[in-house]
Write a protein that binds this ligand. Sequence first.
Ligand code: ATP
Ligand code: TYR
Length: 362
Amino acid sequence: MNVDERLRLAIRNTSEVVTVEELRKVFEEKEKPRGYLGFEPSGLVHVGWLVWMFKVRDLVEAGVDFYLLEATWHAYINDKLGGSLELIRKAARYTRIVLDAIGVPEGRVKYVDAEELASDKDYWGLLLRAAKQVSLARVKRALTIMGRRVDEGETDFSKLIYPLMQVTDIFYLDLDIAVGGTDQRKAHMLTRDIAEKLGLKKPVAIHTPIITGLQGPGGRMGAGAEIDEIAAEAKMSKSKPETAIFVHEEAEAVEAKIMKAYCPPRITELNPVLEINKYLLFQQQGFTLVIERPEKYGGTITVEDYPTLERLYVEGRIHPLDLKKATASALNKLLDNVRRRISSDPDARSLLEELKTARVTR
Ligand SMILES: Nc1ncnc2c1ncn2[C@@H]1O[C@H](COP(=O)(O)OP(=O)(O)OP(=O)(O)O)[C@@H](O)[C@H]1O
Ligand SMILES: N[C@@H](Cc1ccc(O)cc1)C(=O)O
């Protein structure tokens, strides 16, 4: 694969790359650059996570030596799964199984866990050097990366350490590329600034789009909010199970959730049903959306690409109910593999049952 092809794979289905020129340089200079994404293993996996999982698949194919950081300590700080590290580790095991089922098997990526990193004194040395370069106000502003508002950071002191741990993870793993959803933007921009001040490697940041929660944006953001703040507030999230479609859910449950989802006629902005089409379904090679309708409502149509779907929807030529039905059926097909994998693997089944009964919400 030449540099252009690698770059094309890395960039597709992203919301932002900081910067594309730097990424090109990384690919020009390195056959196997080091990339990473961190996640809090803190419960069940929802379809929003598939966006980054597919991106990991792209980057591995583009030759990136990819690290998946199981952010166990981070999940603990963020009060996930009742703060039980044992359950958090189980959630990490469950996530590996889902990744395997969607085409990211263990042999193609390297897993590291936060406990491993934190057991090295050099990690804490790096963290303190990073902390010297940043004000308390800037750390507080970065709390959106843990799905928290600024004032929530003051409930206990560990929360203020979290953003600096995320920065340190990147330096410690000596990364060329840091990947995360748009809501992770502040961590990466902070890392890039600190890298310049300390003369450390400045990672390229790749941000993937966010799928809005099924209940829609809710309108809580004030004017002037930044894109990552809107994403953090409106996203489908496992801590708010009513906003999310989980990858293990039965086909009927998936359909019922989509039929109830926020999907105002003609509106594309923060519309989760359209986003599922844009960021997941139409990202599959050769995908077409078949919208079945009786003749009197225009008959069945097959939509070949996302821009056409969006245009027809904005023009009012596709009714939300028809869009929802077609989307549910296509998403169910996409999820079939994962469901089959989970139901045929006893370890996955027992982890799933345990995580279902655990208190995921914070
Ligand atoms: N709705 C979503 N759409 C796309 N990506 C998402 C979505 N939610 C989370 N991500 C991405 O998944 C990764 C892990 O995020 P995170 O652990 O915060 O997920 P979450 O389900 O929102 O969890 P929580 O509800 O516990 O905050 C991050 O890179 C984040 O950007
Ligand atoms: N902040 C990320 C998790 C994460 C933790 C540590 C990292 O180094 C990277 C990502 C989230 O909430 O999803």
